[in-house]
Design a protein around this ligand. Structure first.
Ligand SMILES: [Zn+2]
Length: 329
């Protein structure tokens, strides 16, 4: 068997120890055997280390309604997670095909999927998936619940981040409910049997919002994002159809003439808004101090918050530090 053949068996994962030992004993001269065996020894070691590293990654999945929801609420935290080696996936439950005043349908869905893909690259996350459900029509039905269960299981998630089910947009409310409805079912083996049930219930969190009724958002975990605010901005800048077209239009139900058309002026226009929205609030400051210590907690300019859901696993402070590597530093 040739050296290349053995290497290809390693690469395809079809390597068997018998090949390896047979090869060593049959090959001459001794020098060649030694050099090849060194190569063979080093290869599986590297492979095992890579495998171990992959297995030890914290696995985060954010599930929401539209391509751009998680970006604005937790883009900085996602980029931080990715930077610290976590496996991060964004899943938009709709394709965003209603998010425009002058285009729609398939072409808009495809445009938004591409915007999301580019934004994901800016955050450095593993994947930004946009499911093909219609925007404005998301329902907390059984079929979509199964999509959510499957997504959480296939990602083998340690942390699931969703929206709260009280929000102005019906898709946001229903996306929140869908994640809640999946939170216990992900560990039930007889449900969605084509994706093996998780052996451990993940931690479920909510992204922040400002809605007060029936209950306001609680800042349980606050992450300082000064290090990644530029990545958050760069990602949001990729959502051209939303940041510069649709969202400004919705604010006045008409064209907003203040949005610059020049791409450099435009990103500065967006920066002002994103930085202002990401500034540490009075409610966030004491929580930053709690997690980072007073000195570091006081130094942050920008932050993002998460509320711990009552469903799913209930973490101790030590669990949270284990799952949020940025709180261990
Ligand atoms: Zn949305």
């Amino acid at each position: 068997m040739s050296n290349n053949k053995i290497r290809s068996l390693f690469l395809t994962g079809r390597y068997h120890h018998t090949y390896y030992f047979t090869f060593i004993h049959l090959t001459h001269p001794m020098k060649k055997v030694l050099s090849i065996s060194l190569f063979l020894f080093s290869f599986p070691a590297t492979q095992t280390m890579a495998q171990e590293k992959e297995e030890n990654r914290i696995r985060v999945i954010a599930i929401f309604a539209h391509p751009d929801d998680a970006d604005s609420r937790m883009g900085g935290t996602a980029a931080l997670f990715a930077k610290l080696g976590a496996a991060v996936k964004f899943v938009s439950l709709t394709n965003g095909d209603a998010g425009s005043y002058n285009e729609g349908g398939g072409p808009l869905a495809m445009r938004r999927r591409e915007e999301a893909r580019r934004a994901g690259k800016k955050y450095g996350i593993d994947e930004y998936q946009v499911l093909d459900n219609h925007d404005g029509e998301l329902l907390p039905d059984l079929n979509t619940r199964k999509q959510v269960i499957r997504a959480i299981r296939e990602w083998n998630a340690d942390i699931v981040i969703g929206l709260r089910p009280n929000d102005y947009h019906p898709d946001h409310r229903n996306a929140g409910k869908l994640v809640q409805d999946a939170s216990f079912m992900v560990v039930v083996p007889n449900v969605v049997t084509d994706a093996p049930a998780l052996r451990k219930n993940p931690l479920f969190l909510y992204m922040a919002d400002h809605f007060q009724k029936p209950n306001p958002f609680t800042h349980d975990i606050v992450i300082g994002i000064d290090e990644t605010i530029d990545q958050k901005l760069a990602g949001l800048n990729e959502h051209v159809s939303q940041m510069y077209e649709w969202l400004p239009w919705t604010r006045q139900l008409g064209l907003d003439a203040t949005v610059p058309t020049d791409s450099i002026k435009r990103i500065e226009w967006l920066r002002e808004r994103i930085e202002k929205r990401s500034e540490v609030s009075a409610a966030q400051r004491p929580v930053l101090q709690k997690w980072y210590g007073t000195k570091k907690g006081n130094a942050f300019k920008y932050a993002e918050s998460f509320e711990i859901a009552e469903y799913g696993s209930q973490p101790t402070a030590a669990d949270i530090r284990k799952l949020f590597p940025m709180l261990r530093q």
